[in-house]
Design a protein around this ligand. Structure first.
Ligand SMILES: Cc1ncc(COP(=O)(O)O)c(C=O)c1O
Length: 355
C-alpha cells in the first residue's frame, strides 16, 4: 500500500491551513473554566449569532456535544427517540446509555434519512409506570450525506412538541445542509431546542464542536460538560481555529459540493459502480462484487483513500477542504486506469445479441 495522496475518507481529515495556524498561534487565551478565555467567548458568541440562538458552548468533539445535549434534555431513566443510523445512537459507543442512563428508542431511518412521523408518534410512551419517560426527539442533518428538508424538520419537531418532547439536532454538517437547502443555518436551527455543529469536519478546524440553544439550556449543558471532563483551560489556542473556520470556511463548502458532483459523475461512467447523485459532500458507491476487492486494492496502491465497507462492495467518498478539483480529477484518473481494458464504460456497453 502506498502513502495516501488523495484522502477521500472523511471531511474530518483536513489539516489546519497556514492562516488557521497563525490565528491559533496568536490567539488571546485565559482559563475557560473560570470563563476567562476571550477567544472561546468570541467563538461562542459567533456560533450563537449564526445559529440564531441565545447561547453556545464550545466542546472538544461532536460526540461530547451530542452526549452533553442528550444529558441536558434527559435524566436518568428517560428516553430519547432517534434514528437507527443516527451518529448519536449508533456511532458514539452508547454514551448516552452508559454515561447518562438514558434509554434510546431507535427507529428505522427511511432511505431519505427521515424517521416516519407515524413511527415517532407511536414510539412516544404513555404516562404509565411500566415505561421510561420519553423526553426528546433527536434528528441528524445531514445524515449519511442526505439533507432533511425544512418542511420535514418543522413537521417532525411540531409533532414532538405536541407530545411534550424537546428537540435536538445533530447538525455536525448542518452548514452543508444549509448550503444544499439554500437557507441560512439559523432556519435549520429554529425548530430545535439545541443543535450541535462540528467545526472539525467540512469547516476544517482540527478540533471542536459547538452546542447552541437557549441561555438556560446552555448553562445546564456547561455543568454537564464539566462533569464529563470537557471543561478545558487555555483552550482559546484551539478555539481560534474554530473561530477562523466560522469566519472563513463556511461559504467555500459550495466547492466541496461541486467537487462531490464531479466525482460522482466521473465514477458513474463505469457499469460496475453505482451511486446516486450526491446531495452534499458525501457519496456512497456500490461496487460490483466481482471487482470489489481488486478495486479497493488498486485505489490504495495508487494513493487514493476512500472508506471501504463490506469487503469493498460499498465505498464512502467525502470531499473537503484538502481535496480540491485537481485532486478529484487525479482520483478519477486512478479509477479510469483500473477499468481501462477491463470493463466497458456505461455508454459504450453494447446490447446483447439476440439469436
Ligand atoms: C453526524 C455526526 N455527528 C457527530 C459526530 C461526532 O463528531 P466527533 O468525531 O468530533 O466526535 C460525527 C463524526 O463523524 C458525525 O458524522
Amino acid at each position: 500500500m502506498s502513502a495516501i495522496r488523495y484522502d477521500f475518507r472523511s471531511d474530518t481529515v483536513t489539516k489546519p491551513s497556514p492562516a488557521m495556524r497563525a490565528a491559533m498561534a496568536t490567539a488571546e487565551v485565559g482559563d475557560d473554566v473560570f470563563g476567562d478565555d476571550p477567544t472561546v467567548q468570541r467563538l461562542e458568541a459567533k456560533a450563537a449569532e449564526m445559529l440564531g440562538k441565545e447561547a453556545a458552548l464550545y466542546l472538544p468533539s461532536g460526540t461530547q456535544s451530542n452526549l452533553v445535549a442528550l444529558m441536558t434534555h434527559c435524566g436518568r431513566g428517560d428516553e430519547y427517540i432517534v434514528g437507527q443510523m443516527a451518529h448519536c445512537y449508533r456511532w458514539e459507543a452508547g454514551g448516552a446509555a452508559v454515561l447518562g442512563s438514558i434509554q434510546p428508542q431507535p427507529l428505522a431511518n427511511q432511505p431519505d434519512g427521515t424517521l416516519r412521523l407515524e413511527d415517532i408518534a407511536e414510539a412516544v410512551k404513555p404516562d404509565d409506570s411500566h415505561f421510561a419517560c420519553t423526553r426528546l426527539l433527536a434528528l441528524e442533518n445531514t445524515i449519511g450525506g442526505k439533507v432533511l428538508s425544512l418542511a420535514y424538520m418543522r413537521e417532525a419537531t411540531a409533532l414532538a412538541r405536541q407530545h411534550g418532547l424537546a428537540c435536538h439536532l445533530d447538525g455536525a454538517r448542518a452548514f452543508n445542509a444549509s448550503f444544499a437547502l439554500g437557507v441560512p443555518i439559523a432556519e435549520i436551527a429554529a425548530p430545535f431546542d439545541t443543535i450541535s455543529v462540528c467545526l472539525s469536519k467540512g469547516l476544517g478546524a482540527p478540533v471542536g464542536s459547538t452546542l447552541v440553544g437557549s441561555a438556560a439550556l446552555i448553562a445546564k449543558a456547561r455543568r454537564i460538560r464539566k462533569m464529563v471532563g470537557g471543561g478545558l483551560r487555555q483552550v482559546g489556542v484551539i478555539a481560534a481555529a474554530g473561530l477562523y473556520a466560522l469566519e472563513h470556511n463556511v461559504a467555500r463548502l459550495a466547492e466541496d459540493h461541486a467537487n462531490a458532483k464531479r466525482l460522482a459523475s466521473g465514477l458513474a461512467e463505469f457499469v460496475d459502480l453505482s451511486l446516486p447523485e450526491p446531495e452534499t459532500n458525501i457519496l456512497f458507491v456500490d461496487v460490483a462484487p466481482q471487482i470489489a476487492g481488486d478495486f479497493a486494492a488498486h485505489l490504495a496502491e495508487n494513493g487514493v483513500a476512500a472508506i471501504s465497507m463490506y469487503g469493498g462492495r460499498r465505498q464512502r467518498w467525502v470531499t473537503h477542504l484538502d481535496v480540491d478539483a485537481a485532486a478529484v480529477e487525479a482520483a478519477l484518473r486512478v479509477v479510469r486506469a483500473f477499468f481501462e481494458g477491463r470493463t466497458a464504460k456505461k455508454a459504450a456497453r453494447q446490447p446483447e445479441a439476440v439469436s
